[in-house]
Design a protein around this ligand. Structure first.
Ligand code: SAH
Length: 292
């Protein structure tokens, strides 16, 4: 079976981009789902798509080949933190639309060897950018117990058991694979926690490690402050996030950046119909702002 990543809230993205024309920046191009929707539906649009994951970028390149050869798409490996530099290298001062789809691509999640999944065994990796040095292995095996506790508490929102899990990890080192990591987390949790949580019991800890490996929250903050410089007047930015920490950062950044008008007091959520068809969309929250 071919694995696909179903892009979330595509209809909403297109409707909020509305009458915008011109150049769009896709900060997290992934498999190219949102970029393709923009290229197909917004007449004459040009998309600059970036991603730190080479493997996934090649999927987008394949998918958008036609548009690249027509000169309507430009896909390159870069972090969105450097968006401004990327644009200026392309001779683009500012764009009319920006989309960010945070979270993890299905293509990353389903490949055991990338180490993102608790359901298939693999090395403790979790790097989105394979040229980066820090991996999940380093964090799990070398960070101090109190550092681990802090990231489980803050990034994983694993409040009650953060300390216990950190202690069990330190006691069971070395931990080399995702399977062993899941086993150690299981041992640290009481049975009722393992069995009755709505999501898999290792979800929060995996999320915490992933955020730490990829510096996700810092990156998001560092990007958002640049938005006024790279968005044209009346241009819009759409951010889709998948957990409350990211959503809060987006909400606060939009509110504090004077040059932006917030178009969504509350985040836009996917329709029930979409969630039924694509359960991964259920936690998506979309916020939109417009450059004054
Ligand atoms: N919208 C995409 C899916 C995006 S999934 C689609 O329709 O297919 C999120 C993507 O963000 C992943 O591919 C991940 O590699 C990428 N990503 C994570 N951190 C990034 C960063 N700092 N800069 C650029 N891309 C990043």
């Amino acid at each position: 079976m071919e694995i696909v990543h179903v892009p979330v809230m595509v209809k909403e993205v297109l409707s909020y981009f509305g009458n915008l024309r011109g150049v769009f920046l896709d900060c997290t191009v992934g498999a190219g789902g949102h970029s393709e929707a923009i290229l197909e539906n917004i007449k004459g649009s040009v998309v600059i798509g970036i991603d730190v994951d080479e493997e996934i970028l090649s999927v987008a390149k394949q998918r958008l080949k036609k548009y690249e050869s027509e000169g309507r798409a430009k896909l390159l490996k870069a972090t969105y933190v450097e968006a401004q530099r990327v644009l200026s290298q392309l001779g683009v001062k500012a764009v009319n639309g920006i989309i960010m789809d945070l979270g993890v691509s299905t293509l990353q999640l389903t490949k055991g060897e990338r180490g993102f999944a608790f359901s298939s065994d693999g090395p403790l990796d979790m790097r989105m950018d394979k040229t980066q040095r820090l991996t999940a292995y380093d964090i799990v095996n070398f960070w101090q117990e109190n550092q681990l506790r802090r990231i489980f508490f803050e990034y994983g929102e694993e409040k009650r058991y953060a300390g216990r899990i950190a202690r069990f990890i330190v006691k069971n080192r070395p931990i080399e694979t995702t399977a062993k990591f899941v086993e150690v987390i299981a041992r640290a949790l009481p049975e009722k926690e393992r069995r009755f949580r709505r999501r898999h019991f290792a979800t929060r800890v995996f999320q915490a490690i992933r955020i730490a490996v990829n510096n996700e929250l810092e990156n998001l903050r560092n990007f958002l402050v640049q938005v006024p410089d790279i968005l044209n007047q009346n241009g819009r930015i759409i951010v889709i996030s998948f957990h409350s920490l990211e959503d809060r950062i987006v909400k606060e950044a939009f509110r504090s950046i004077q040059e932006l008008d917030v178009l969504t007091r509350k985040p836009v959520r996917p329709s029930l119909e979409e969630v039924r068809e694509n359960p991964k969309a259920r936690s998506a929250k979309m916020r939109i702002a417009e450059r004054k």
